[in-house]
Design a protein around this ligand. Structure first.
Ligand code: ATP
Ligand code: MG
Length: 316
């Protein structure tokens, strides 16, 4: 089986229990939950029984331990997660506002995972990688941007494949070097997995059909559009495969895109048809939105099959 590797932020998420106006007064918090988009992604890959690992760094603290133990328990190779002596594990405090938007206080750029470097553990992990998954949210420091560039080049040079989920927050586009880094990864990606306006990040076209055509002529083999409660579509040179979402109550949207992407990429690498890979990925996303906690909604293959059997005929 192919080994899937990702690089990026590992952090804990601490959530406000009630909606409100941010963190301006003492409130009840719940956490720490293991988190970080690439960490959620790779945890979902591991639960499907695929060989996988993550390149990152944590501090020698309990927040680091929470993540290392969880990822290891689910089967992720954590040998390339450095424990940096004087650093602190990343964190994110989140509170939902009344309108459903999220208010975050991040400690990521300044945290251990911003200091990840090309050490021996990373060299070994890249040597074993058949597939590399990159998320735009991980491009938050010069060090990690340069490491991701190297990783993309190494994996492509030995005939491996790359997937790219832009997973970008608007504020990040202004970081120095960000645009160039995104373009480099985009141009090397075999599969591109945007949602919403991310489809148009690299295109002249401003409308879906034309944007897809433009992307597919630039070397990307496949585009997977995540459509939230509307499901998802897969596009390649032979056209579109569209699969509707499952109808579920949305409890916590965090992690849906990451779990979806992990499940899609895993089944795609196993040679499963695009329709079946989308069905599994939609089930994975639906299970993720149905529970609170960023990594709480990752699923085993058996859980996905059981979910699909129970929700047959109920799709939106
Ligand atoms: P994120 O907000 O985690 O970055 P995203 O924008 O990348 O997510 P979404 O399209 O929101 O991705 O979610 C990914 C997939 O999860 C969807 O394609 C769908 O299969 C599933 N999903 C998301 N929201 C819902 C929902 N409300 N009901 C059912 N399925 C959902
Ligand atoms: Mg979304």
């Amino acid at each position: 089986m192919k080994k899937i590797v990702t690089i990026g932020e590992v952090l804990v998420e601490i959530m406000a229990e009630e909606r409100g106006n941010g963190f301006l007064e003492p409130i009840t918090l719940v956490g720490p939950f293991p988190s970080g988009a690439p960490a959620i992604f790779i945890d979902q890959v591991a639960k499907l029984g695929q060989p996988c690992g993550i390149i990152s760094a944590v501090g020698p603290d309990d927040f680091g331990a929470v993540n290392l133990e969880r990822l290891k328990a689910d089967g992720v190779d954590v040998s390339a997660i450095a424990v940096i002596p004087d650093a602190v594990t990343g964190s994110a405090f989140v509170r939902y506002r009344e309108d459903g938007n999220r208010n975050f206080i991040f400690n990521i750029r300044q945290s251990a995972c911003g200091q990840v470097s090309l050490d021996q553990g990373v060299e070994k992990m890249l040597g074993e990688a058949d597939h590399l998954h990159v998320m735009g949210s991980s491009l938050f420091s010069d060090k990690i941007i340069s490491l991701i560039r190297t990783a993309v080049e190494r994996v492509k040079a030995k005939g491996g494949s790359v997937s790219f989920d832009p997973n970008i927050r608007k504020e990040m586009l202004d970081f120095p070097g960000m645009r160039e880094a995104l373009v480099h990864i985009f141009e090397n990606a075999d599969i591109f997995l945007p949602s919403g306006d991310e489809l148009f990040l690299f295109t002249e076209a401003k409308e879906e059909e034309a944007a897809i055509a433009e992307i597919l002529t630039r070397g990307t083999k496949a585009v997977v559009i995540k459509r939230g409660a509307e499901g998802a579509s897969y596009f390649d040179a032979s056209g579109e495969t569209r699969v509707p979402a499952f109808s579920v109550e949305e409890i916590d949207p965090t992690g849906a895109g990451d779990s979806f992407g992990a499940t899609f990429v895993t089944f795609w690498l196993r040679g499963v048809s695009s329709g079946d890979a989308l069905l599994m990925a939609n089930a994975s996303g639906a299970r993720a939105v149905g529970v609170k906690g960023p990594m709480s909604g990752t699923s085993t293959g058996a859980e996905l099959e059981d979910f699909i059997a129970r929700h047959k005929g109920e799709r939106a």
